[in-house]
Design a protein around this ligand. Structure first.
Ligand SMILES: Cc1cc2nc3c(=O)[nH]c(=O)nc-3n(C[C@H](O)[C@H](O)[C@H](O)COP(=O)(O)O)c2cc1C
Length: 347
């Protein structure tokens, strides 16, 4: 019997929240831990996981946990949280894990102190990102195993907050290596693991291996969140079936359909959220939020990046993406989008 069927049988439905506790709080005396209700997280995504998208998704409903886009440990102490699109955040955007990336020899303490001041509920270490910009520093997926061990130990020593790591499945499919890597993370004090079900070099078009996330879930005693290739309620259900994970993380699917959290929360976790939305209204609300949250020069680039994914909702969405891409101002982009919505029904 699959893990999800087991859980359904025992509880009559899936557990509707996920509790994350810091292992540095053994006596349960300092920190209450955090509850993610429902156990659905917005993925860290450069240029996309920012305050405007988070508020949009909160307004629609169904999200239980946020991750920032990856933040450089070197830059964090000098970043201005009032104007920086990377850091600006409202109190409603919670629970919130800031994601950091670092090379193995960087001092992480100043960055962690900054995150404490920013009222982080948790800190996530990026160990999966294969972006070339991280190669030079030996960060993300380029960090050697000894460096990872040292960095996680330093992070554990620097904070009582829950700490998490986001990983891929490894450089090649090797169950022993994957499990011993994950156990090392847990031994060093990681409280939550997010597993993106692809190998390091694999492109996003390749199917995510949700069953391999299940191998991690079976081997560790901490919560595991499954990530990769969830674009519908059906994907979410299958991913939970195959992985037995404690929660799901949505990336591109949530940008294309900011209401996907609500759909999944309602269908799988029996949350009472309305899933009646107007696709064009969601887009215009997003443009308003960009204006409320960011300085003028920070808005258009983020709208273009969002539209690249949002256009996937329409048969001729590439026309929308091209019109917005070619716009010189936010006003021009919004007008182009309005024209497009009149002529193109949502499919
Ligand atoms: C534009 C973009 C930016 C991303 N930035 C990050 C990042 O900052 N940190 C990270 O750990 N993963 C990053 N990712 C990977 C996502 O968090 C996620 O693992 C990946 O998109 C697979 O999930 P999905 O299929 O739901 O999109 C990024 C992905 C995209 C598409």
């Amino acid at each position: 019997m699959s893990n999800i069927s087991n859980k359904l049988q025992q509880h009559n439905q899936l557990p509707d929240s996920l509790f994350i506790r810091s292992c540095s709080d053994q006596n349960n005396s300092v920190l209450p831990g955090i509850r993610c209700s429902p156990p659905l997280a917005l993925a860290p995504m450069v240029g996309l996981s920012h305050s405007a998208l988070r508020i949009l998704i909160l307004e629609i409903g169904g999200v239980g946990l946020f991750f920032s886009e990856m933040l450089s440990v070197a830059r964090l102490p000098i970043e201005n949280e009032i104007v920086s699109p990377l850091l600006c955040r409202t109190p409603a955007e919670t629970p919130f894990f800031y994601q950091i990336f670092t090379g193995p020899d960087q001092d992480i303490v100043p960055a962690v102190e900054r995150l404490h001041l920013l009222n982080a509920q948790g800190i996530d270490l990026n160990l999966g990102c294969p972006a070339p910009v991280l190669r030079k520093q030996g960060a993300g997926s380029f960090m050697p195993s000894e460096g990872v061990q040292k960095t996680v130990a330093a992070l554990r020593a620097a904070t009582h907050l829950p700490i998490s790591a986001k990983i891929r499945l490894g450089r090649e499919l090797n169950e022993d290596k994957l499990i011993s890597f994950c156990k090392m993370l847990v031994d060093e004090g990681i409280d939550l693991l997010t597993v993106h079900g692809r190998l390091q070099g694999e492109k996003f078009c390749r199917r995510a291996r949700w069953d391999w996330i299940g191998k991690v879930k079976s081997a560790v005693h901490i919560p595991v969140i499954a990530n990769g290739g969830i674009f519908s309620v059906d994907d979410a259900r299958k991913c939970l079936e195959q992985s037995g994970a404690d929660g799901l993380m949505l990336g591109r699917g949530a940008v294309c359909k900011p209401w996907l959290f609500a759909d999944i929360a309602k269908s799988l976790y029996k949350y009472n959220v309305s899933t009646k939305i107007q696709v064009k209204d969601v887009y215009f609300r997003f443009t308003e939020l960009l204006q409320e949250r960011f300085l003028p020069e920070r808005r258009l680039g983020r709208l273009k990046q969002f539209t690249h994914y949002y256009a996937g909702n329409f048969t001729f969405g590439h026309h929308l993406a091209a019109k917005v891409q070619n716009s010189k101002t936010l006003k021009e982009a919004v007008e182009a989008a309005a024209d497009f919505f009149v002529s193109s029904p949502y499919h």
